[in-house]
Write a protein that binds this ligand. Sequence first.
Ligand code: SAM
Length: 326
Amino acid sequence: MNAPTTSAETLRSALAALLDGLPPKQAAQAVDRLIANYRGRTPTDAPVLRDRSDVAAYAAYRMPATFEAVRAALAAFADAAPEGWAPDSHTDIGGGTGAATWAVTSTWPAQRPVTVLDWAEPALHLGRELAAANPLLDDARWQRSRIGAALTVESTDLVTISYVLGELTAADRGSVVEAAARAAQTVVVIEPGTPDGYTRIIEARDRLIAAGLRVAAPCPHSAACPIEPGKDWCHFSARVSRSSLHRKVKGGSLPYEDEKFSYVAATRLPAEPATARIVRRPQIRKGQVLLDLCVADGALERTTVTKRHGPLYKAARDADWGDAWQ
Ligand SMILES: C[S@@+](CC[C@H](N)C(=O)[O-])C[C@H]1O[C@@H](n2cnc3c(N)ncnc32)[C@H](O)[C@@H]1O
């Protein structure tokens, strides 16, 4: 009997099948166009993902990475959520080809009502096509919807807003986060791990707290972020293994890449945030590990764990950037 495949593997083969029909040259051109579009990007009043080759390029070029970033954010949230909790329903706003829907079914494997909202019909169409490979997404609704002041979101357990805020005007960023906070018990927002992405996450975090939610991850508290604006930015890293197809579309030969992302997960559930979070890659020295932590009293601090700390030292050596710390 074959070993069960993870949704990451299923997603990867669904993407490979999808691109089979697209000549590599056309895929590469679509990726170039996409990069140029996203690079010079200001909020547009029409979808960037206009046709099937744009969307196929987006899916091949970005979806494995956004999937892993969302999955990492959801894992941190799941650690803080009440034992055994899983969402009974999920809405993905600006969901595009559905990376976050795959991440949710990977984190909490079960069938549930899923709604994907996006204004780009070709993205929804391709998302639906890819989702045919994931039985847990059988009943997903792929709905055309524009984010703006008029956006309404039906009541749901979980809303994800992944890599979307950067495409919106300031007013629409406010509207979408507030609509999500009204509709959902839990809201998870993910952005690129850049200074601008972090700034958008902090704005969303402030809005979610003002709407009555509490931060469950990554922060150990719902007080102000201790990072001084402009000096640093809170972000994490998710490893993305690249298929040969992905390497072909993206260039480069490494078997993986690291996707940097910023996120916030806020909830009305009685969550227990981590006591502390490791906010940089741990520095391993001879006989000691240096950990940069964001701690529950709302400060940043560095702690040094040495061999003398016994089992804690082993835990520190195994700990990774983004992990919870005691
Ligand atoms: C970078 S993609 C992210 C897609 C997906 N959430 C992911 O993580 O891979 C941004 C998505 O937001 C959608 N979007 C941007 N502005 C929008 C708007 N005003 N209304 C609805 N969707 C929008 C785009 O069509 C696109 O699918």
